[in-house]
Design a protein around this ligand. Structure first.
Ligand code: 5GP
Length: 119
């Protein structure tokens, strides 16, 4: 299997459709197909990294990419009108915590009460 033969690899290559909300030369952001909240957007790097465990401590490129994903997440959240209500950023690392697509992705989730811990 090609290393990037994940659903998100196919979305990146345009082989599968997605509702894109932001893209640049490093990342793509698109709506989650199974939204857990009124706003649920995924930000993924174009580079195939499985999850944060794939980020090398001595790779300035990878660490900058993680920072860029976070900056893009905040920008997209603003564009989606979440600046006042806020948003949660979730990045599942490993099947044991629910990662189902093995191409790193950050979930932007917002638009409903996400108080934590739940009351
Ligand atoms: P994970 O559980 O790996 O952190 O999150 C994977 C996310 O990808 C899930 O929220 C799921 O709804 C979303 N997803 C899975 N397949 C597709 C797809 O084909 N298109 C889109 N837009 N989202 C998908």
């Amino acid at each position: 299997m090609d290393k990037n033969d994940t659903i998100f690899g196919k979305i990146l290559r345009g082989e599968l459709p997605s509702e894109r909300v932001y893209e640049d030369d490093k990342v793509l952001a698109f709506k989650d197909i199974n939204a857990a909240a009124p706003v649920h957007i995924l930000v993924i790097p174009r580079k195939h990294l499985v999850n944060l465990f794939d980020v090398e401590m001595d790779s300035e490129e990878d660490k900058a990419l993680v920072g860029h994903i976070m900056a893009v997440a905040a920008q997209v959240a603003k564009e989606q009108g979440l600046e006042e209500s806020g948003f949660r950023l979730v990045l599942n690392n490993g099947a044991g915590v629910g990662q189902t697509v093995f191409h790193m992705h950050a979930h932007i989730i917002g638009g409903r009460d996400l108080s934590w811990p739940p009351g």
